[in-house]
Every structure is written in C-alpha cells, then in structure tokens.
Design a protein around this ligand. Structure first.
Ligand code: ADP
Ligand code: MG
Length: 743
C-alpha cells in the first residue's frame, strides 16, 4: 500500500521553525484528501483475521502429531516440562508453518530489565552439502538461544566478562509472525537468564510468581471442595497514549529524546472544556487505530475498546483479559505496534506518563484477577456476596496483601516519568489504598461487627424517567477514579501503573503479595479445621481477623483531597511522594524474605531490579536536564536575543523619528530581564549537572530530585514566559496549542 508522504520539508536552505510548522499544518490539512483511496481496500472479516499469524492451539492441533500436541497442551495447562524429542517435532512443524507464511528468519524475543523488548534474528537457512541452502530448525534452536547478554542491564548480577545469557522458549505464549513489507520473521517468546541461572528479564519472575500463586490458591479452593488443580492470574491492561503530528514531533528535541516536552507554555485552551473525552475520534487517528487493531488481531492480541481520553490528543486502547503471562507479552506487542504504525499515518505515538504539562498524563490500568482452569473467576462475588464465603476469603486475602505490601506495590510503579502523574490530581495519589465500594465495604463491616454478613446492599433499578428506555439495574456503588487500587465488579484494577512501563513487575509484585496472603489464609483455615471447627466457623474467624487487621487500607473517598493525605498519615499508611522515596522498599527484609520464600526472585535478582530502577531514574533525569540545557542554549536564548535586537532597533528607530517609544521600551526591558534570567538559570542547571555520582546510585537519585529537578522547573518557568512574548516566526518550537489541537 502506497502512502503519499505528508508535506516533507524540502530544500537545503534552513527553514525558520515557523515555516516548518506552517508546512506541517498544510500537510495535516491535506491529509484527509488522500484518506479515501487509502482505505478503499477491504479486509477479511475480523473474526477470520484473529490469530491468523499465530501458532495457536488450532494450528498446533492441525499440524502436530496427536501425542505431541497433547504433551504441548499439558505443558501449557499444567506447567509440565517438554521432552527434547518432542521439542524437535514441534520445532519442525513450527518452521514449516512459518516458512509457508513467508518467514525466512526466526527470533527469540525477550524482555530485558530495560523495560522494552529485545530480539536477535537468525535465518532458518543452512548450507547443504550440494551447495544449496535448506530451511532448518531444530528443537535445540527452539528451546534455547544465546544472545550476547553483555549490553543488557543486569543490575550488577553479571559483569561483561561473564556475559553469557540464555533465552529459553516459553511454550505457554504462542509464537507469532512479524510481517513487514520487507519480510517475515517468526517470533518466539522466551525467558532470559544468565549463565548462573539468575533471571535477567521480566518474564521469568512473572512465570515463577504465577506458579507460586497457583499453589496457594489451590490449597484454599480444596478446602471449599473444588477439584481445580491450577489457578492463573488474569490480566487486562488499558493503555493510554498521545498522538501528535510527526512533523511537530521532529521539531521538538525533547519529544524525540525524552518522550515528553521539557518546555511549553500552557495553551489558552487546554482540557477545561472537557470536550475530548469519549468525543468523536478524528479521521486520521481512527484510520491509525483501525490498522493497529487489525495488525494486533492478526498476531492474536484481543483488542477490544478504543476511545478518546480526557486530554486533547489522548487516546486509549484496551484488550480482552487473558492469562497474565500472555497478556504481558501482548501488552509489549501492543506498545510496539502503536509506535511502529504511527509514522505510517504521519503521527508520533507518545507513551510517556506526562508528555504535556497542564493536561492529564497517561496511565495503564492493570485489571487483575484469578481464575481456575475451568474458567471460574475467583473474584466474582455473584449475586449475593455475603453468602459467597469463598469469594470473601479471596477478596480479603487481596486486601491483606495490599495492606502488607503497600511499599512494594509503590516500588513496582516507581519511575521518573510516573512522578509527574501520581498525586497530581489526575491520577491516583502516591498512597496505596483500596476502593471496595459501598456493597463490599458494608459486608466487611457486618463481618467485623457480627462475625458474618446477613445482607447484600443492592443498587436497585435506575429509572431514567422515559418509558421507552430500558430500566437499568444500578450498581450498588459508584465508580471512584481517584483510587490507586479499586475493586471493579469482578476484578481489581491497579491504576497507579504508568503508561510507559511493562506490566510485568506490577503483576509479579501483586502475585507475590497475594501468594503470601493466600498461604497465610490457607494455613489459618487448615489449623482451625484440624482443631475440629466447621468450615463456616473457620472462615468466620479468619475473616474477622483479616478485616480488623487490614481495614485501614480501605478508602472509598476522594483520593485527591488533602483530608485523605492527613487521614492516611493517621492510619499509618505509606506515602512515598516521589519514586526516590519508594525504591528502598524493594530492599526491606520482609520483602526479600517473601520473594525468596516463594522462589520468585532471590536476593541478588531482587537487588538487580532495585539497582536498574534507580539507574533508570538517574539516566532519565540526566538526559532531560542535558536536553533542557541544549534547548535553552541553542534554541530559546538565540530566539530571545533575536527578538531583543528587533525590539531594540524598533525603539531606536522610533526615537530617531522623534516619537516616544515608552511602552515599546518597557517591552524591551521585560524581555531583557527574562532573557537574562533564562541565561542565569541555564547556567545554574549546567553547573548542577557537573556533580559526580560517586557510585551510590540512590544518593545520586536524591541529588537529582532535590537539586536538579527544582533547577529544571525554574528554567522551564522562564522559558515558558519567553514563549508567551516571543513572536511566532521567531519561536523555535511547535507550541502546545499546535501539537495538541491540530490533527
Ligand atoms: P472498566 O470499564 O471497569 O474499566 P471493562 O469491563 O471495560 O471495565 O474492563 C477493563 C479491562 O478489564 C479490560 O481489559 C477487561 O478485559 C479487563 N477485565 C475484565 N475482567 C477481568 C478479569 N476477570 N481479570 C482481568 N482483567 C479483566
Ligand atoms: Mg478501567
């Protein structure tokens, strides 16, 4: 499909940035005209497309010998390991299928600690004795890969001289085909471990945490008479993102290198009219979304909803939930697809938590639950939750987990980018608490008082007052957008997760915390039963205790209010306002002990994650501050000097002509003051950046937070004031108004 380029800036002569911006706007305006022809091609039905590029269960059944297929499904369903002989047969079928679909290469795809994905492509072709090449792929190649691991961060687990790292096939996540106009590659999801067996990636601990949760959850299910043998965590992440025109993007060094604007005055119109949320999706954006969805569909990602978000230029995409491991792979693929597809539509996709000051940032709501292998959702309360004691145990176990591991949950979402969002009256506060809603809160209060609950509050019927409209059943409680961790009907929604991060770590932490809690609950219940108590009585005893000890974590009120800050302090809840405060949570003895006890991360592996997180914080801030210095010195100050000259010449000319230039003179004075202030502030920031880290990353992070960030804020304030007075044709960057509203 040929796409006409959108208004490329031509010529060798330097163009003023205003001219570039005007070009960009012309390109955007013309875009609609070419849209019709582009979308003329009709595609196959979405239902036929779904998974057409994945080696899914259906393809496996069709292509594998029966016993091999069964062994593979057993591995997927029960975590059994796969025999090398069987791996050979699977590899061969997988290769044939991929080659038939045009694949020439395969890659072991993994998720190193950087938070993005990595791949190294190998050809299927091997030279044959008669001088030709044949496509080959053995079980060994499927099962194990060995990329050079030395350039991936290991948080000190491995030095460059012992660089060996292995990728190991994850049979539970189906391989798919990465197709571009230049060729097709078979992508095999893998775990990434060091020569010593330490997890160097995000998938390994996720798989370990899912296994450990399953064990404990099954213990509890047994007590309730269930025959289930495995419990999986399920997860559906909602992805928020911004789209800006690519030409604006290319004219913003900050967007290119930091993913967010480091300067930019608030536009006259922001999101105050609230006219973007759920509004009609602009045509170019819709075309982009549709292609992203089609491509994701083909590789088996079940995307479901799309809509405008609160901020202008902000959008959201959400899939149908899946097993948390597959959902995490699919989430990474979704982010990649959004990024890769945007240029095709002349757009840039911004996944940063706060690309624009003054309008909402982006998050990623992590919907999370547990389900047994028969598909029963363990967090489904049913019609009468007060009678559903199994549900109450699982729900209360989550409550205990969140209360006990608040700090670790806060750690799992800490990053320089998320600091701009959490607690900024648009996202949840940095205090971790649970919203349960009126119905469940009422049940837990009854349990605490009377030992059991007798009723379930119902929402009744919503009468809209128009007879033709249907009567809607009303939920027992309203939604609460301000809570970082909310119960939403039949799942919990961890809302403090950032738009830019992999959902692996928040999933791991949640799984671990709940595992520990389920273990506790199972042990308590087993003890009571052994002492001769009936199940009902044992549950009652446990629930009362859980509610009493953990109810401080429940908060149904307004998380944005100052009152909550005070109330939370009174309740002794943690309030790590910045990520730097939160990093050390990962190293608390209780946390290390728990990770080790359930085999999710050993101390070395956990420490590595802490170290990489702090290093990433330092690196992001260093890049941002350096960029600000560059933008101020090479773009903003020269523009201000140019305008100073213009104004000074104007004042001189007016005076020579014998007229008074009183107000123009004042404008010149104001400009000079601001320009000088900008110069002083950029020098201050530059000076601060000369500070050496001296090896202690966390100390350095504190330095960034306490010294560098305020200096960045000060410089930005002056830069933004200059933007408000420097003329359009002199100002070097596209403005917020242009980037957010011209689509
Ligand atoms: P809401 O509007 O409350 O955010 P939706 O029903 O639109 O709820 O779901 C949001 C996300 O939650 C979707 O990705 C959905 O697939 C996911 N979700 C729904 N049920 C579950 C579950 N049992 N486990 C995990 N995620 C779920
Ligand atoms: Mg939601």
């Amino acid at each position: 499909m040929h796409i006409p380029p959108i208004a490329l800036v031509k010529g060798n002569h330097p163009m003023s940035s205003a001219a570039t911006t005007d070009e960009a706007i012309r390109g955007i305006a013309n875009w609609g005209m070419s849209l019709g022809s582009r979308n003329a091609q009709t595609s196959r039905k979405a239902s036929e497309e779904f998974g057409s590029l994945t080696f899914n269960e259906e393809v496996q059944r069709a292509r594998l010998p029966r016993d091999v297929y069964r062994a593979l499904r057993r591995a997927v369903a029960h975590g059994e390991s796969i025999d090398p002989a069987i791996a050979d047969i699977i590899a061969s079928a997988l290769k044939d299928w991929a080659v038939e679909h045009g694949a020439t290469h395969y890659t072991h795809w993994f998720q190193p600690l950087t938070g993005i994905t990595a791949e190294k492509h190998d050809s299927f072709l091997s030279p044959s004795a008669d001088g030709r090449a044949v496509a080959e792929f053995s079980g060994k190649e499927l099962v194990k890969g060995e990329p050079d691991a030395s350039s991936f961060p290991s948080g000190g687990m491995r030095s460059t001289f012992e660089a060996r790292g292995y990728t190991a096939w994850d049979p539970t996540s189906p391989p798919w085909l990465l197709t571009t106009s230049h060729g097709t590659t078979l992508v095999i999801p893998t775990a990434f471990v060091s020569w010593t067996g330490d997890a160097l990636d995000k998938k390994t601990p996720l798989l370990r945490s899912m296994e450990s949760l399953s064990k404990q959850a099954v213990r509890i299910l047994r007590l309730f008479g269930s025959k289930a043998q495995r419990v999986s965590t399920t997860c559906g992440p909602e992805q928020e993102y911004f789209l800006v025109d690519r030409q604006f993007y290319f004219n913003r060094p900050d967007l290119i290198n930091a993913g967010r604007t480091l300067f930019g005055a608030r536009p006259p119109k922001g999101q105050e009219m609230e006219d973007h949320y759920f509004g009609a999706i602009p045509e170019r954006v819709l075309a982009f979304m549709m292609e992203v969805e089609r491509e994701l569909y083909r590789i088996g990602v079940p995307v479901k909803t799309r809509h405008n978000e609160v901020a202008p230029g902000q959008f959201e995409l959400a899939p149908i939930f899946e097993n948390a491991n597959v959902a995490t792979d699919h989430q990474m693929m979704t982010m990649e697809m959004l990024r890769r597809m945007a240029p095709k539509y002349g757009l840039a996709c911004l996944m940063h938590e706060k690309p624009f000051a003054g309008v909402n940032g982006s998050g990623k709501h992590l919907n999370w639950s547990m389900s047994d292998e028969l598909g029963n959702n363990l967090l489904n309360p049913g019609e009468t939750p007060h009678e559903n004691i199994q549900f109450l145990v699982f729900c209360a176990a989550v409550m205990r987990a969140v209360n006990k591991f608040q700090g670790l949950l806060r750690f799992s979402i800490a990053s320089a980018g998320n600091d701009h969002r959490l607690g900024a009256n648009e996202a949840p506060p940095a205090i971790i608490s649970i919203f349960l809603g009126d119905m469940l809160t009422d049940i837990f209060q009854q349990i605490e008082k009377a030992g059991s609950a007798k009723t379930t509050k119902s929402g009744g019927i919503l009468d809209i007052g128009v007879s033709v409209l249907p009567k809607l059943p009303r939920d027992a409680g309203d939604r609460n957008r301000t809570s970082p961790f909310a119960f939403t009907g039949n799942k919990f929604e961890f809302r403090a997760v950032s738009s830019n991060q992999s959902i692996a770590l928040p999933n791991v932490v949640l799984n671990l915390a709940v595992t520990e809690s389920l273990d506790y609950c199972a042990t308590e219940l087993e003890k009571s039963l052994k002492e001769g108590k009936k199940l009902q009585a044992a549950v009652k005893l446990l629930l009362v205790k859980l509610v009493k000890e953990n109810k401080r974590i429940i908060f149904n009120g307004n998380g944005y209010s100052d009152d909550w800050q005070k109330e939370a302090a009174k309740r002794g809840l943690l309030n790590h306002r910045t990520s730097v405060d939160a990093y050390a949570e990962a190293l608390k003895p209780e946390v290390i002990k728990t990770f080790e006890k359930y085999g999710v991360l050993n101390e070395r592996e956990l420490h590595a994650r802490y170290e990489v997180a702090v290093e990433q914080y330092n690196k992001s801030l260093n890049v941002e501050a350096q960029l600000m210095v560059l933008m101020a010195n090479r773009y903003i100050l020269p523009a201000a000097y140019r305008y100073q000259t213009d104004l000074a010449q104007s004042v001189a000319a007016v005076k020579t002509a014998g007229a008074s230039a009183k107000e123009t003179r004042r404008a010149l004075d104001d400009l000079c003051l601001l320009t000088d202030e900008a110069k002083v502030r950029v020098d201050q920031l530059q000076k601060l950046l000369e500070h050496e880290g001296n090896g202690n990353a966390e100390k350095h992070a504190k330095y960034f937070r306490d010294k560098v960030v305020p200096a960045m804020e000060a410089l930005r304030e002056t830069g933004d004031s200059l933007e408000c007075i420097v003329p359009h044709d002199v100002w070097p960057f596209p403005t917020y108004r242009e980037m957010l509203f011209i689509k």
